[in-house]
Design a protein around this ligand. Structure first.
Ligand code: PMP
Ligand code: GLN
Length: 388
């Protein structure tokens, strides 16, 4: 986490945002929307501040938010965590991940996660003293169309009695994969056989374009060993508010709360009722948010293809992965550092999210964020066409 001179080593997302800021390039690196989310949600936060919701909320979260999270899970997934004991509000999904891993991973415990791996996972597992074992997602044409999928045998081999947690991320950052039901079933089977916990990061749960998101907690036998994590940041375009949550059986959530009370203690008072208002928005809002983003995905994917990249269109989320090798760039690390000069655009090298030993498969891949205005995506596409 620290560089050899003792300085904080910035995350790849912070580094790439700084590169965009210093060069004036269009920032398609870090994933955050450039437009505000629903007016009702913004207004609810203003109202809460005006009404004096500005002091420490309860550590477990305000009742209004916990009840909205529970209602939301009943409406969309048919499960209803008890708002009093099975729902915990956190400072974004990031704190939920941190508190969960610090609570349940001890020195030497293994955590299995899919690769490419969201950057916080490796850092948090290491802070907890655990060992991250990754299972690669491969771009595969098998099954229902092209998608990023794990090889079931590689997953089987990775999970052993040393595994404390299987850390799932679906929809997946950076590939945009929505894990298939058979993969989720296999995860539950392996976790049960080896008595591991399942921790699932589902922050892109509503931003699905192709396929259906199935929360792993809803599968038979999963609930009692699963901590599910999500956040209002993506669903309501409020990434800076950092309102997230963890849900699961009371005994598991209690352990997460025990750690959370010494991380942030409590968080985000006026934003909690605002995210609650968002979770109660009608179905049409959620459908519209996904449809709007799907159009942006198509715009940027087309632009990247016209510019000469090979593209794997995501099923969900904020990002599209593009292979720069058809343009003659075989090393995405170097390509991304030169991209502001070459084309006035910033992307993230997928290599940054991959174990050094596994670099070959992902070497020339770049992650571009498309959660941006149409004019920004059109301008970026035009600039990228200069590459060929
Ligand atoms: N998990 C994944 C997979 C993410 O993409 C993100 C945000 N980029 C987070 C967690 C963090 O979410 P939050 O901002 O709510 O902490
Ligand atoms: N999750 C966002 C991304 O993947 C960024 C969050 C961060 O910068 N840590 O780009």
């Amino acid at each position: 986490l620290l560089a050899s001179d003792g300085a904080v080593r910035p995350t790849i997302f912070a580094e790439m945002s700084a590169l965009a800021a210093s060069t004036g390039a269009i920032n398609l690196g870090q994933g955050f929307p450039d437009e505000d989310g629903p007016a009702e949600v913004l207004e609810a936060a203003r109202r809460a501040i005006a009404e004096g919701v500005n002091q420490y909320p309860p550590g477990i979260g305000m009742v209004v938010l916990r009840e909205a999270i529970s209602r939301h899970q009943r409406r969309w997934y048919g499960i209803e965590p008890d708002a009093a004991t099975e729902v915990l509000a956190t400072a974004g999904a990031t704190e939920a991940l941190a508190a969960t891993l610090l609570a349940y991973v001890d020195a030497g415990d293994e955590v299995v996660a899919f690769e490419p791996t969201y950057d916080a996972y490796g850092a948090l597992v290491a802070r907890a003293g655990g060992v991250l074992r990754t299972v690669p997602l491969h771009w595969s044409a098998e099954g229902a169309g092209h998608a990023w999928r794990p090889d079931p045998d590689e997953l089987r081999r990775a999970v052993t009695d040393r595994t404390r947690v299987i850390l799932v991320n679906t929809p997946h950052n950076p590939t945009g994969a929505v894990l298939d039901r058979d993969v989720l079933d296999l995860i539950v089977e392996l976790a049960t056989r080896h008595d591991a916990l399942i921790v699932t990061d589902e922050v892109y749960e509503h931003l699905v374009f192709d396929g259906a998101h199935v929360p792993i907690a809803t599968l038979p036998g999963a609930w009692e060993r699963t901590i599910s994590i999500s956040s209002g940041g993506k669903t309501f375009s409020t990434t800076g508010w950092k309102i997230g949550w963890a849900t699961g059986p009371a005994a598991l959530i209690t352990g997460v709360l025990a750690v959370k009370q010494y991380l942030t203690f409590v968080n985000g008072a006026p934003f909690q009722p605002a995210i609650a208002a968002g979770l109660d928005l009608p179905d049409a809002y959620f459908a519209q948010a996904a449809a709007t983003l799907a159009a942006k995905r198509d715009l940027l994917a087309d632009g990247l293809r016209s510019a000469g990249f090979e593209v794997s269109p995501p099923q969900a989320g904020y990002f599209v992965i593009a292979d720069a090798s058809p343009l003659g760039f075989s090393d995405a690390d170097e390509f991304c550092r030169r991209l502001p000069d070459l084309a006035g655009v910033v992307g993230v090298p997928v290599l940054a999210l991959v174990h050094p030993e596994r670099r070959a498969e992902y070497r020339s891949l770049v992650r571009f964020a498309f959660c941006k205005r149409h004019d920004v995506l059109a301008e970026a596409s035009g600039r990228l066409s200069r590459l060929s």
